[in-house]
Write a protein that binds this ligand. Structure first.
Ligand code: AMP
Length: 548
């Protein structure tokens, strides 16, 4: 078995690795670290999150740069602030007792603080391309002395439309440097950039990193848009300790789904680009500690989140690209535990699913949503199991006198049943659920414009608990309809449009294979000019859909 020592790392680094609890290198580390320590070649590593890719570039950088030199010696570009933060923390913890200064820079955080830190001297910068560009343009970040330039999750950065920023940043770095790309997939554009910016390079990949998916049971449910909330309730309810992410396409959808879950007493939280950095970290902390059981998120917001050991990933909406699909479901089925990835497939998106299947080279089995009866039976079973553990608990003694009194006046069955009703309230009432429609072969529109009668869930109105749901931030129903229309239209938007991303002042995006990630854009409402544009987009979208 190869050890970290075999890879040629120094004792200082070996100590840090021991402290961190890394015992043996992961396959991608085994291959890339010696190459990078040798330093004769640039490297493209084909690796997903979870493979140990960060240490692949972090360890050689840490070994080869100097704390005495106050210039920026390594620049690592990452698609999101979460990933930038995660990578910078990982580097901090891997450097041991060296005195290297690592700084994460990203949009949405104070530019002044970042400038001040840079002034004090930083050796390793980990940043999102938008903010890195801003600081370079302001003359606050000088990359002309870097010995390492790394693109982390390069494919995601390209998907997000950072290609021009990346090229510009790389062109401003010193010629005499090592360039490293890490990417889960290898689109042509990455190789094109490599040809322009890399010296002699080697592509390193380990056999499919998708052990994760082996342990992930994947399936899809054919479902009408209006029944997706019901399906989600049933899935959560039949799972013993549900801990999962529900992926939605847009911020609006994330808010609606979260609101409905909370109204029905689920421990849910939303994560999307309108949520402040501080709030986001709190939410993630609660999710990690399992205080929040259901995290409803957009792809962009969920990127780089280091919570992988989940029971479920639910694709409430289909992802924007096959790559996102792989990324999403890779968050479950880890550490030897089986996970479940369920995709809600609305009739209008069947072709997209086929496309994903072709790219991921797997046919997804069709699952069947548990019936109300099945859900209730399973819940009763779970309740019985819970009660049995309480019965084994000696601390029930303090209730003995009430129990005796009850049993004096009632039969044991009646007494226990009354208690169950008191404790579990409407948990196992059939009325907690509603019937779902059979899906016909006919195509129909999405969640946002559910033709043929939206349910109360999708329209907004009274939730089961009687609270008003679905009205967000004082929007009128007309505004909401307009925004919903734009969600649908965005699906098939032409490629050229550029939008702003979450938080980063210049964190640009462009459409991925399916479409531009709608999470990154503000909805367009109102003006007739915009409506004309939208019409145009839809007609372009139709022809795009045909090609799909
Ligand atoms: P990454 O793919 O870099 O995001 O790493 C995924 C997780 O694996 C992180 O929590 C790392 O700290 C951890 N990790 C990376 N390399 C190793 C290793 N050789 N042994 C144990 N854990 C590791």
């Amino acid at each position: 078995m190869t050890t970290f020592k075999d890879l040629g790392l120094s004792d200082k680094t070996l100590n840090a690795l021991e402290k961190k609890g890394f015992e043996t290198p992961t396959p991608i580390q085994e291959l890339t670290i010696p190459l990078l320590l040798e330093g004769t070649k640039d490297v493209i590593g084909k690796a997903q999150t979870g493979t140990g890719k960060t240490a692949c570039f972090a360890l050689p950088i840490i070994e080869n740069i100097s704390a005495k030199n106050k210039e920026v010696q390594a620049i690592i570009l990452a698609p999101t602030r979460e990933l930038a933060l995660q990578v910078s923390k990982e580097i901090e913890s891997l450097q041991g007792d060296r005195k290297l200064h690592v700084l994460a820079i990203y949009g949405g955080a104070s530019m002044r603080d970042q400038i001040n830190a840079l002034k004090r001297g930083v050796q390793i910068v980990v940043g999102t391309p938008g903010r890195v560009m801003d600081l370079m343009k302001r003359g606050r970040l000088d990359l002309s002395y870097v010995s390492y330039a790394v693109l982390d999750e390069a494919d995601e950065m390209l998907n997000m439309g950072f290609v021009d920023d990346i090229k510009e940043i790389l062109s401003k770095t010193s010629r005499d440097k090592h360039t490293l790309f890490f990417s889960a997939t290898m689109p042509k554009e990455i190789l094109k950039i490599a040809k322009t910016f890399m010296n002699d390079y080697e592509i390193v990949s380990v056999k499919s990193t998708n052990e994760t998916t082996n342990l992930t049971k994947q399936m899809y449910y054919n479902i009408k848009p209006k029944d997706r909330m019901e399906a989600l309730h049933r899935i959560i309810d039949i799972t013993d300790e549900f801990h999962g992410i529900v992926f939605c396409k847009t911020r609006l959808m994330v808010d609606e789904v979260t609101h409905k879950l909370i109204s029905s007493n689920y421990e849910a939280a939303a994560l999307h680009g309108d949520i402040s950095q501080g709030q986001r970290e709190k939410i993630l902390g609660s999710f990690r500690r399992k205080k929040v059981k259901v995290l409803v998120a957009t792809d962009v917001a969920a990127r780089g989140i280091d919570v992988n050991d989940l029971t479920h990933v639910i694709n409430f909406s289909l992802p924007q690209s096959p790559e996102s699909y792989v990324h999403r479901i890779g968050r479950t089925g880890r550490a030897g535990k089986e996970g479940i990835a369920i995709t809600f497939l609305i009739p209008s998106e069947k072709r997209k699913l086929r496309f994903i299947e072709r790219i991921v080279k797997q046919e997804l089995p069709k699952g069947t949503l548990p019936t109300i009866q099945e859900v209730l039976e399973l819940k009763k079973k779970a309740l019985k199991a819970k009660l049995n553990t309480i019965l084994d608990d000696e601390h029930t003694k303090k209730y003995d006198d009430i129990a005796a009194a009850l049993l004096k006046d009632h039969t044991p069955e009646k007494a226990v049943a009354a208690l169950l009703k008191y404790i579990f309230k409407s948990e196992i009432e059939p009325s907690k659920y509603h019937d779902v429609a059979k899906v016909s072969g006919k195509r129909e529109r999405g969640f946002e414009r559910g033709r043929g009668g939206k349910s109360q869930h999708d329209r907004g109105g009274r939730s089961r608990s009687g609270r008003q749901v679905g009205r967000k931030g004082g929007r009128s129903s007309r505004e909401r309809r307009a925004e919903s229309r734009s969600h649908l239209q965005r699906d098939f938007k032409p490629r050229k449009r550029v939008g702003r991303s979450e938080g980063g002042s210049r964190d640009r995006k462009k459409p991925s294979r399916f479409a531009q990630d709608s999470d990154s854009r503000r909805s367009k409402k109102g003006s007739s000019k915009e409506k004309r544009k939208d019409k145009h987009r839809v007609s372009q979208g139709k022809s795009r859909r045909k090609r799909f």
